[in-house]
Ligand binder design. Structure first.
Ligand code: 5GP
Length: 190
């Protein structure tokens, strides 16, 4: 998606010797809702004929994008929680997810009330790196006996392992921007 690539080139900051891309000015902290709207529309163009009944993302950065996309799909938007607050039902599907940005493991969970056997679930997230977040979400959908129709991510760092591995497992992964390589002097798209 040209619009997203241009924005990444303009505002992205490459960190951690080319491993991490900081997009705080429009995606991960301040949010550009107009751009989110274009991304939501694009996810619908890609997956709109898949009979999606629910969008599933993971807190926190996926939530804004999934909400906007949800308006195009006209289905409920669900997010996996990273901590067991007093508000969550005791009866949950859960999976461990290694955090790419913090290194620790979060037990992510979704209340059993909100996923059903017949659901056709589209996963949404901001970034795909090694695929741990999507692995966790896929596990949760499978525990519910529901179907993963695919994963829509805004940015795939194609030089990290998640995309190849998930596609190898047969998951349809669509990324709106795919980065082949990046360092402090520039970003190369696939
Ligand atoms: P994965 O689980 O695929 O290894 O990493 C994906 C998750 O880690 C995403 O939910 C995202 O929040 C975070 N993440 C991974 N790489 C980056 C990055 O380069 N920049 C930012 N801002 N977040 C990232």
């Amino acid at each position: 998606m040209k619009l997203l690539e241009e924005r990444i080139r303009r505002d992205g900051e490459v960190r951690e010797e080319g491993a991490v891309l900081k997009l705080d000015s429009f995606l991960n902290h301040q949010m550009d809702v107009e751009l989110f709207n274009e991304m939501g529309k694009e996810f619908f163009r890609l997956f709109g004929d898949e009979g999606v009944t629910k969008l599933l993302t993971i807190e926190a950065s996926g939530i804004g994008i999934a909400c906007i996309a949800g308006q195009y799909f006209n289905v409920p938007v669900l997010f996996a929680k990273k901590s067991r607050s007093k508000n969550i039902d005791p009866d949950v599907y859960s999976a461990p997810v290694v955090s790419f940005t913090h290194g620790g493991v979060n037990e992510v969970m979704v209340s059993k009330r909100f996923l059903e056997r017949g659901d056709r679930v589209l996963l949404i997230d901001d970034f795909l790196a090694n695929g741990a977040a999507l692995d966790g979400l896929i596990s949760i959908v499978e525990q519910a006996g529901a179907t993963v129709v695919g994963a829509g991510v805004c940015v795939e760092k194609a030089f990290q392992s998640g995309g190849v591995r998930l596609r190898g497992r047969g998951v349809r992964v669509e990324a709106l921007a795919r980065i082949a390589a990046m360092n402090e002097t520039g970003i190369q798209f696939c």
